[in-house]
Design a protein around this ligand. Structure first.
Ligand code: PLP
Length: 452
């Protein structure tokens, strides 16, 4: 085989002799492609309405102080982390690492062992060739932990929520959802054909009204977060269960911000309020927060529901399997949760939470949820630019990492700094955080504003 180049502009032709016969093909100079790519593509892109529209969106976000920046961490997740651009470690109060398990030696070791035993990835969805014994074992562990009938694991809880409603409900049904439910519940509900109804946040009278309105639906399903991540309040499960009984409705709960630490054994909202109800047909939660914080989600509940999800939930049918190392490490996490160590971690987390909430309330901050609220603690500031500025000052001046939340993550005018307490924090860490808040609160006149 040999090449023979023919002159031609802008392309030229070459021939290869393959098994004795000439084969002619076109050779395009590299410069020709790059000329087309830069002139043709960039001109139409930068002049397009889409380009202008997106530029305006970003400009608006920058102007209103809602533009989101990522801070880059160069260490493992923990109560102290290294942030790129900062010479020393900073105190971390914005991870969902409630029990400090993200870098727990037993959890890390379990993931390492699984890499050797099971390899890196499954390269398949679950039902094709993506289920290993470790995935089945994890599902069994979760079922035992929650005392439910069965469990299905998803790549994330976002996926579990995206898959649930469409698989379970039809057009003759109604889903009645707390207005502040997590975006993934809202999106999941959008994907299903059931009638969509919303009740005012935690407002049981409004829930009763909506249930009354839905009385002709074939099935009524109440959907709620267990703990609301932006407001740090806990769904009133006893009252929700009573209304479910009265109106013959079922209940779906998302326990992402409670699994592992809310309730005596850490199973979530129902245990926290000491209610056990047959009406709670499914609990969805994440492995990506208190439970080691890697990735993955699950639905646990009635066997029939889980069976149907295995047949119909699209993120299960059309998305890749959880990595085996994550499945294995998550099994270790559930073992820790059920041990004396797990109990100790929960106690420390709640002690830290009460310390922070009490001191902040005494200092005059508007703390959602009061002294007895969960370890996710919104400090209400109102103004988006102030929330973002204070968060920056916390990091630069005090070496404390917290995040300001503003629209569209929370409603306009309701910006806040959200603090997340962990069992990994010390009493001293909490004191430092409170003192930094007080100092910035004085600088920005927050105590005066709160009194108005
Ligand atoms: C209440 C709630 N549900 C679902 C999710 C999604 O969980 P995951 O990160 O596993 O997709 C989150 C995560 O932010 C959440 O807070």
């Amino acid at each position: 085989m040999f090449f023979n180049k023919l002159a031609c502009n802008p392309c030229c032709y070459s021939s290869i002799f393959f098994r004795g016969a000439p084969v002619l093909f076109k050779v395009v100079p590299k410069s020709f492609y790059s000329m087309q790519a830069t002139s043709g593509v960039s001109q139409s892109w930068t002049n397009s309405a889409l380009y202008q529209e997106l530029q305006e969106t970003l400009g608006g976000a920058r102007q209103s102080g809602t533009y989101k920046h990522e801070r880059v961490i160069t260490s493992p997740q923990g109560s102290k982390v290294h942030v790129a651009g900062s010479s020393s470690s900073v105190l971390n109060f914005c991870a969902n690492n409630y029990l400090g398990l993200a870098n727990h030696p037993k959890v890390v070791e379990s993931a390492k062992r699984a890499l050797d035993t099971y390899g890196f990835g499954m390269a398949s969805v679950r039902f094709i060739c993506g289920t290993q014994d470790v995935h089945k074992e994890l599902e069994k562990k979760i079922t035992e932990f929650h005392g439910t009938e069965d469990t299905i694991v998803f790549p994330s809880c976002f996926d579990a929520n995206a898959g649930f409603f469409e698989a379970i409900l039809g057009s003759e049904d109604a889903v009645i959802s707390d207005e502040l439910n997590h975006a993934s519940i809202i999106d999941g509900i959008r994907l299903c054909k059931a009638q969509r109804m919303r009740y005012k946040h935690l407002d049981m009278e409004d829930l009763a009204r909506q249930l009354e309105q839905a009385k002709n639906a074939r099935i009524r399903l109440i959907a709620t977060d267990g703990v609301f991540s932006m407001d740090g309040d806990i769904a009133p499960m006893q009252e929700i269960c009573k209304l479910a009984d009265k109106y013959d409705a079922f209940i779906f709960v998302d326990e992402c911000h409670s699994t592992g630490f809310l309730g005596r054994r850490g199973t979530g909202t129902a245990e926290h309020w000491n209610v056990s109800s047959d009406r709670i047909i499914c609990v969805n939660s994440t492995l990506g927060k208190a439970l080691g914080g890697a990735t993955g989600g699950f639905s646990t509940g009635k066997k029939l529901i889980i069976d149907v999800l295995r047949q119909k939930a699209r993120p299960y049918l059309f998305s890749n399997t959880l990595a085996p190392s994550v499945a294995s490490a998550s099994i270790t996490v559930f073992d820790i949760l059920s041990s004396a160590e797990g109990q100790q971690l929960r106690e420390t987390l709640w002690k830290n939470t009460v310390q922070f909430r009490t001191l902040m309330g005494q200092a005059g901050f508007d703390v959602r949820g009061g002294v007895s609220g969960p370890p996710i603690v919104p400090i209400m500031l109102g103004d988006a630019a102030l929330a973002s500025r204070m968060a920056d000052e916390m990091l630069k001046e005090f070496g404390i990492y917290v995040i300001g939340f503003s629209y569209p993550v929370v409603p306009k005018g309701r910006a806040r700094i959200r603090v997340q307490i962990s069992a990994a924090h010390s009493t001293d860490d909490i004191d430092k955080l409170v003192n930094a808040f007080i100092s910035l609160g004085e600088r920005h006149n927050i105590f005066k504003r709160n009194k108005l």
